[in-house]
Structures are given as C-alpha cells and as structure tokens.
Design a protein. Structure first.
Ligand code: ATP
Ligand code: MG
Ligand code: MG
Length: 555
C-alpha cells in the first residue's frame, strides 16, 4: 500500500504506538471553516490528515468549524464536501460540526466558571486590548476579574439568554495577565454575537472562540493528533491549558506543520473571497484560482494534487513552493493517459491545390504514443485545411523551420506540403490564405526518396473541424509574492491582466465535438485541454487549457 514519504508527524505517531499512547488509535480531523471554498493549501492538510488515518488504519473526521455565524453558509459546507470527495477522501459517518457541540461547550464553560477558572469581563474590546500588555510589558488585570463564581454564573447565563448587546460582556479564562505568551493573558472564550447561524439559527447568541471550541471539539471526538499550521504554535499552550482544566476522557495533542505557500497566487480564503466578490474572477471555480473547484474545472486531476502534496512533504519550517511544481505534477499525471488530438487555436486556411476538391481521405493517427493499447483513430484530410497562424512566416528568421514561402513541411499523420503562394486581404495586408501543394507519395509522413523536412505541423480539415472557443490561462498574479507589503498597494494591484486569453474561433479535430467532460486531451504541440464543465451548452464547445506542454520545473 502507498505509505507516502516519511514526515515528522508519522514519526510522532509511530512513537505514540510504541509507547502505547492514545490506546493505539489514530484519529485526525480536517476542520475547515465553511466561509469559502477550499484551496490547494487545504489540500495539503486534507492529504496529511486523511492520509495519516489511512496509513495507520485510523479515522479522519470532517469537522466544520462553524463558530462565526456571520461568515458561514450552508452552500460552503456542500462545496467543501464535494471538494474533499473529489480529492479522493471520505470521512466516517456524517460530517461533524462544532455547532453540534454548542450545548456541551457551554456546559464546559460553566464548569470552568464554577472552578474559578473563567470570569465574565465587562471591559470593551479596546479596553481588553489595552490591558493585555506587550511582549516586554505585563498586562493588567481587569477590574471584573475577581467577580464571585455566583455572579459569573448568573452573568454567563444572562449572556446566553440574550440579556446583553454584542460586546457588552465576554467570558475570559482566568490564567495569568503576566504570562510571557500573550495568548495566555486571560484569553476570551465566549463572545456575544446576535446573528443567525447557518445551522443553529437564533438558538444561540453567544459563540465560543476558536481556542475554546477547537481543543474541546477534538476531545469530544476523541481526536488523537490535532494537526494545524504553524501560526497556531503559540495557541498550543492554551489548547493544553483548557484540556488540562477540564480533564475529559480523551486527551488530544496538537502538532503544527508549515502551511503551503505557492508563488504567483494567494492562498487565503479572505483574499480569494475578495477576488470572487469584486469580480476579478468569474467565481470560486474560475480556472485561474488555486481553489480545488477552479483546479477541477481547469482539468487538473485529483491524483496530480495528491502527488504534488506528497512531493512538497510536511515540514516544520515555512517556505514557498514554485507553482511550476504543481504544473509538473499535472503533466506527469496526464501524459500517460491523455488522448492526443489535433486542434488549431488561431486558424490560417491552407488550400492544397493539387488535392482533388471532392476527395476526403481518412488518415490514421496514434491516440497516445505513451500507451500502445490506446490504439489509433481516423482523421479526415481534404483540400482545405487549417494550420496555426504562427506556424507560417512570410519572412522567416534563421531559426524558424516551420512553413514559409517555397518551403516544405510535414503535416502530422498526413503529407509533406510546400507553400506556393501567400494570399492577403488587399485592404489590410493581412495573410488570409496559403496556396500549397502536397506530395501524394509522402502519405503517412515520410518521403520514399528519403528527403527530410525540419518541421511537423498539426492541422485540421476545414470542412470537418469542430468550431470551439478555447481559453488559455496564465498566472493569476504577475508578481511571485503578491502578498508582499508594498506601500499604498494591495495584492489586487498585482493581478496579471493577461491571466485569461479567450480564443473565440478555434477549429478542432472532429472527434472533439464529442469530447467528454471528465477527459483531459492533449492537443498536440499545444498542451492539455478539457471541456469547460460550466460553459459548454448544446453545440457550443468551450475548452480550457489545463497546462502547457513545456515543463519549466527544474528537478
Ligand atoms: P484561509 O487562511 O485560507 O482562510 P484557514 O486556515 O483560515 O485558511 P480553515 O478553513 O480554518 O481555513 O482551514 C482548515 C484547515 O486547513 C486548517 O487546519 C488549516 O490549518 C488548513 N490550511 C489552511 N490553509 C492551509 C495552507 N495554506 N497550507 C496547509 N494547510 C492549510
Ligand atoms: Mg481558520
Ligand atoms: Mg485564515
């Protein structure tokens, strides 16, 4: 079975097994907040958490961390489930929600209050911040810190009952206002938020904070290894403190790993949502976005993402991964399986003057040179064909070996042709047609006299080709680190204006009229392409370029 590469978390789990910690079980969880779509950064966490459960025969829960009613929506819940399954993972039973535990969490908070370990504070948010102190200065205690247990219980119940306005009170842990870790200076555990929740509606008007809800949800689910990104390193002390006070039957442990950063893109839902809502992209599934739905629509196979995650590994130090590595993983996955096709993106008509006008020949093309079992197909050839505009130059420079006046080239799977004449639009001077001849003896692509040509072009038969729109994508940002702080600018100022190029008048090999949405094709010489799942309606064909053929990833 595929164990994947080693990493420090696997080592920890193996040691836990040896020391017989956690009763020999492995339970992980993937805990997205349903406030946006998943991106490839989340994929790293999904592959890690579900992968560990798979390798060690344990389980990985899907838990929606839904403690922030104003940002969360059921539509996001559904999209996240779809994306996790698409990536190739599934969770045992139903998905979990932190909101399922609101009553339990409330009762655990009451227990802390009754044990003298939490209090209701009536300072404002600003005052609480001022009292917190700094790294070099201790904080100051709130004047409300020494309320009696009875008063705290009453106030907390009233908070729950809706007696107060947002921000009037909070529940805080009573730890140490001089603690060197600022997060331990009496952190907020509950706040009042009079907003409808996507699942609990108006049942609650107090909501637990992440640090309180997360460790306890882990404990309720008997999670053994709670894996999160490095930003939460300082939160671990609080995670442990809360669990230590409450001494529940299951005792999870938190471990941190480095989040995925990719160049030329942003991996933050807060930023992605701005691109979506402000119309910089067409939606969460815009093929330029690093979202899983965008990558799917672009034609990226889920296995390529899993392999990419294996390759980048799991480390304890942050770094930036080159997006070329993802593209490399996509090519590596597609190359052995993608059916080859011919498609002309910017058509230039070629009339083969010595080919009979009424004759259509069927020529044999290889479906995939990487896979002999994929067999062959027939491609029609006729007097009028299209080639790419940039495969012809009237005045070619030295290194241009493709078609030019008087020059002979090969048409893939067909014949040698020679350019005899260039036809231009008299008004614009633009080249509109080439008059060529073909050598019938070169059928299949070789000359019996052994003469060589320096280029092989793809082509389609004009009368048989399927018209299509093709969308080419480039990096979403023109700067490697769009998040870098630049005076007076935001990441949105670095969007690449050329990230989408629409080619409205492409001509594709006729078989592509029956393309299927889940197949990614290699258009010879041009890259990998798939049918756009959203735009293709009726007879209109729209293809997305998944990735080019050229591999810039240096191994
Ligand atoms: P974002 O900043 O994109 O909103 P988040 O961490 O707030 O991300 P969550 O929905 O809370 O989003 O994330 C769910 C899980 O995915 C968390 O455990 C989080 O650590 C992990 N995760 C999020 N982004 C990345 C990333 N770039 N690399 C690795 N793991 C990530
Ligand atoms: Mg989060
Ligand atoms: Mg975030």
């Amino acid at each position: 079975d595929n164990q994947g590469p080693p990493n420090f978390i696997k080592t920890i789990i193996e040691e836990d097994f040896k020391a017989d910690r956690h009763g020999g079980r492995v339970v992980t969880r993937f805990p997205p907040e349903p406030n946006g779509y998943l991106h490839i950064g989340h994929a790293k966490s999904i592959c890690l958490n579900f992968g560990l459960a798979r390798i060690f025969g344990g389980q990985c829960n899907l838990r929606f961390d839904d403690t922030n009613p104003t940002k969360e929506e059921t539509a996001y819940v559904e999209a996240i489930k779809t994306d996790v399954r698409w990536l190739g993972f599934d969770w045992p039973g139903e998905a979990h929600f932190t909101s399922d535990y609101f009553e339990q969490l409330y009762n655990l908070a009451l227990r802390l209050i009754k044990d003298g370990k939490a209090y209701v504070d009536s300072l404002s948010a600003d005052e609480i911040r001022e009292h917190r102190g700094t790294l070099t200065e201790p904080g100051r205690e709130s004047p409300f810190r020494n309320r009696s247990v009875e008063e705290n219980v009453t106030l907390f119940r009233q908070m729950r009952d809706g007696a107060f306005a947002d921000g009037q009170h909070v529940l805080r842990a009573k730890i140490d206002m001089a603690h060197p870790n600022l997060l331990m200076r009496d952190p907020t555990l509950y706040r009042i938020r009079k907003a409808a929740h996507h699942r609990t509606g108006d049942t609650w008007c107090i909501y637990p904070m992440y640090d309180f809800a997360h460790c306890l949800s882990d404990a309720i689910e008997c999670v053994t290894h709670s894996i999160c990104t490095l930003e939460f390193e300082n939160n671990r002390a609080l995670y442990d403190w809360i669990l230590d006070q409450l001494d529940l039957p299951c005792r999870p442990r938190q471990y941190e790993f480095a989040r995925l950063n990719l160049n030329f893109t942003v991996l933050s839902k807060r930023k992605l949502i701005q691109l979506v809502e402000e119309g910089h992209v067409s939606g969460w599934d815009d093929p330029r976005l690093p979202t899983l739905s965008g990558l799917r629509r672009r034609g990226c196979p889920p296995a390529a993402i899993r392999n990419f995650c294996d390759r980048i590994g799991v480390a304890k130090a942050n770094s930036v991964v080159d997006i070329a590595l993802l593209e490399h993983a996509i090519r590596e996955d597609l190359n052995p399986v993608a059916p080859r096709m011919m498609g002309v993106l910017r058509p230039l008509k070629v009339v083969i003057e010595n080919h009979p006008a009424d004759q259509v020949e069927m020529l044999t093309a290889i479906n995939n040179p990487e896979d002999p079992a994929a067999g062959t197909r027939e491609v029609p050839f006729s007097r009028e064909i299209y080639i790419e505009q940039d495969d012809f130059m009237e005045d070619p420079p030295k290194k241009f070996f493709r078609l030019a006046p008087g020059r002979e080239v090969r048409l893939r799977y067909a014949y040698f042709i020679t350019c005899k004449e260039v036809v231009k639009d008299p008004a614009t001077g633009k080249i509109v047609e080439l008059r060529c001849t073909y050598d019938p003896a070169t059928r299949g692509g070789d000359a019996p006299d052994g003469r060589k040509v320096k280029a092989t072009l793809h082509w389609v038969s004009a009368a048989h080709a399927a018209p299509a729109e093709v969308r080419l994508y480039d990096r979403l940002f023109s700067k490697p680190d769009p998040d870098e702080k630049v005076e007076g600018r935001t990441f949105k100022d670095f969007l690449n204006p050329e990230s989408l190029e629409i080619l409205p008048d492409c001509r594709l090999e006729p078989a592509l009229a029956h393309a299927v949405p889940d197949t990614v094709y290699q258009f010879e010489r041009l890259g990998y392409f798939c049918l756009d799942s959203r735009e293709t309606a009726g007879t209109r064909l729209v293809f997305n370029r998944t990735v080019t053929l050229k591999d810039t990833w240096a191994r």
